[in-house]
Design a protein around this ligand. Structure first.
Ligand code: THU
Length: 159
């Protein structure tokens, strides 16, 4: 038997340590959270994407009375950006969550389905996406979706 471990590297920043560009993207993610349609969970999530041409696409989670028909903020934002600009790589994403009357102090992490969708975009354009999981006290920075989805299923797995 052989064993192997896989490590995920996370850089943890305070809000003050973020670059101006990422602070701006975090503002967009926080604003997007206010547009959440989440009457069932009352959990508001905003995701803001930065594209290689500098454009920003932000969106929020959209729920449904038939629960599985709703969609997370990350996927709404990613599909929106890819549909609007199918040739422009996505370079960064900031995710922010609001519940119980305030933004979360420690970040949330994307669900498995969203990780898979983020990975597809990363592989499609061939560039790593900088992931910023935003909280009011600390921000986790992860370089590349593969860090969040080791042993992933991707195009090569189909051959
Ligand atoms: N949600 C997101 O939008 N993104 C995440 O990363 C985690 C969960 C949404 C889905 C649902 O509308 C609500 O938050 C509660 O799970």
């Amino acid at each position: 038997m052989k064993s192997q471990s896989i490590e995920t590297k996370i850089d943890i920043y305070t809000p003050e340590e973020l670059s101006v560009e990422i602070r701006g993207l975090a503002d967009s993610a926080q604003y997007a959270a206010t547009t959440s349609y989440s009457p069932y969970s009352d959990f508001k999530v905003g995701a803001a994407l930065l594209l290689a041409d500098g454009s920003v696409f932000a969106a929020s989670n959209q729920e449904n009375a038939a629960y599985p028909s709703g969609l997370c903020a990350e996927r709404v934002a990613m599909f929106y950006a890819n549909a609007q600009q199918p040739l422009t790589p996505v370079t960064a994403i900031v995710i922010a969550a609001y519940t119980n009357g305030k933004f979360k102090e420690t970040p949330i992490t994307p669900c498995g389905a969203c990780r898979q969708v983020l990975l597809e975009t990363e592989l499609r354009f061939g560039n790593e996406i900088d992931i910023y999981l935003w909280g009011t006290k600390e921000i986790y920075h992860i370089r590349g979706v593969r860090q969040l989805l080791p042993l992933c299923f991707a195009k090569e797995s189909l051959s």
